[in-house]
Design a protein around this ligand. Structure first.
Ligand SMILES: [Zn+2]
Length: 193
C-alpha cells in the first residue's frame, strides 16, 4: 500500500538519534521509558519535507483547505503538510493554559480543516486542537501525525493517519515502575501530546 512503513519511519528516527530511552514525563503527565524527539528528525529540512509529503499523500482524499497544528511541536510538520497540499498552515498556541488561535489566524464556518501533530500519545492535545477548529465553526475532516505512540488507541472522532504506529508503555506516576525503582524522571524539552 504505502511505500513508507512504520519500520522506515523508525529507521529515520534512529538515524537522527530521536528515539530516546530512559524515564520521561510526557506533556500528558504520564511517565514512559521511551520518548520520540521529532524535532531531531524535523531539524533536517529534507526529512521534514519528506514527512510532509508522505502525510499529504494519505490525507489528500479528505480535501482539507487548511492545516491546523498545536504549537510548538506541530508547527514544522504542519507547515510541510500544508506546503505539500498547497493549502494554508496555521497553528494554535496556549494562552493562560488554553489552546487558542492568535496572530490574526482565523477559520471560517465550514472550512475543511486537517489537524496535524508531530506525536500523538493520548490524543489529548489533538482533541483540544480539533475543538479549537470546531469552536470557529470549521469542519475537521481528519487528523494526522508522524508518530502515533498510542498503539492505535487514540480514540479520535475523525479519520486519523500516522506514518508510524508504535506501542511505547506509559504509566500513571503513582504506578510507574521506574519511579518505584527510584530512577529520576526527566521532562523532555518539547511538547508531546
Ligand atoms: Zn515514573
Amino acid at each position: 500500500m504505502h511505500s513508507v512503513t512504520t519500520d522506515t519511519v523508525l529507521d529515520r528516527f534512529r538515524r537522527a538519534g530521536a528515539l530516546l530511552e530512559g524515564h520521561f514525563r510526557l506533556t500528558s503527565g504520564l511517565h514512559s521509558p521511551g520518548f520520540m524527539q521529532c524535532a531531531l528528525v524535523l531539524q533536517h529540512p529534507s526529512e521534514a519535507e519528506a514527512c510532509g509529503l508522505e502525510i499529504a499523500a494519505r490525507v489528500r482524499d479528505l480535501a482539507p483547505k487548511v492545516v491546523l497544528s498545536p504549537a510548538l511541536g506541530g508547527i514544522v510538520i504542519g507547515q510541510e503538510v500544508g506546503r505539500a497540499l498547497g493549502v494554508r498552515a496555521i497553528f494554535a498556541e496556549r494562552q493562560d493554559g488554553k489552546l487558542v488561535l492568535r496572530r490574526g489566524f482565523t477559520l471560517t464556518p465550514g472550512e475543511r480543516v486537517l489537524v496535524v501533530e508531530d506525536v500523538v500519545t493520548t490524543g489529548g492535545s489533538t482533541r483540544e486542537t480539533i475543538e479549537v477548529a470546531r469552536a470557529s465553526g470549521a469542519t475537521v475532516v481528519g487528523a494526522a501525525a508522524i508518530i502515533d505512540r498510542s498503539g492505535g488507541q487514540q480514540n479520535l472522532d475523525v479519520p486519523f493517519h500516522a506514518l508510524a504506529t508504535v506501542s511505547l508503555p506509559t504509566y500513571e506516576p503513582e504506578t510507574c515502575p521506574l519511579c518505584a525503582a527510584g530512577q529520576p524522571v526527566v521532562k523532555p524539552g518539547s511538547r508531546v501530546s
